[in-house]
Design a protein around this ligand. Structure first.
Ligand code: SF4
Length: 185
């Protein structure tokens, strides 16, 4: 992977850890997407980045499997205590900026790409869903969980830690990519 990116560049972007797997090894579990229907996080039916807007379980799988490779990446953030909600929310916002920087970094390296990110989209104060199209479709990074991906197993397969201890929170993303010029969809 060295000709596409390197650890130093990723650290400048703000990525703590990363690992690459074949897209066919992504741990999909239908139950993960079904959990979204319980709307514990409040994002179900509230954004273009989450179910049901992202499509069915099989449609999400098909989108991912149209790319040969997946770069799994994560960033961890310190918390003041295990219930530091503000720290978790700030970490989540910071991680979205990491995703933006990675997206820009990869623009010329891997033109065919799809980025999935932890949980919903925070880009707009109020999401347009479902009344009108996404304001920033080129930067719409759907939810890993909303796609039905079991993130603990994803981290394990990529060879990176799922968490970094009690006083931390870790966010994950995944860049699906091809170095070819076209992707079957
Ligand atoms: S970019 Fe804005 S409109 Fe698009 S999914 Fe995110 S919040 Fe909604």
């Amino acid at each position: 992977m060295g000709f596409l990116w390197d650890t130093e560049s990723f650290h400048q972007i703000g990525i703590s850890e990363y690992g690459e797997i074949a897209a066919e090894k992504i741990p999909f579990q239908k139950e993960v997407q079904e959990i979204c229907e319980g709307n514990v996080c409040g994002n179900y039916g509230a954004t273009w980045a989450c179910p049901p807007a992202v499509g069915s379980f099989s449609e999400c799988q098909k989108r991912c499997f149209s790319y040969p490779k997946a770069l799994v990446f994560s960033t961890w953030y310190p918390l003041d205590d295990p219930f530091d909600l503000e720290g978790m929310q700030q970490g989540h916002r910071d991680f979205k900026e990491v995703c933006d920087r990675l997206w820009d970094f990869c623009k010329d390296r891997v033109p065919q790409r799809l980025l999935l990110s932890n949980e919903g989209c925070l880009r707009c104060k109020t999401c347009t869903y479902p009344l009108s199209p996404c304001r920033f479709p080129e930067r719409l990074f759907p939810s890993l969980e909303g796609f039905g991906i079991y993130v603990p197993a994803l981290a394990e397969r990529a060879g990176i830690p799922y968490h970094h201890g009690e006083l931390t929170v870790t966010y994950f993303g995944m860049l699906l990519y091809s170095t070819q010029n076209s992707i079957d969809s």
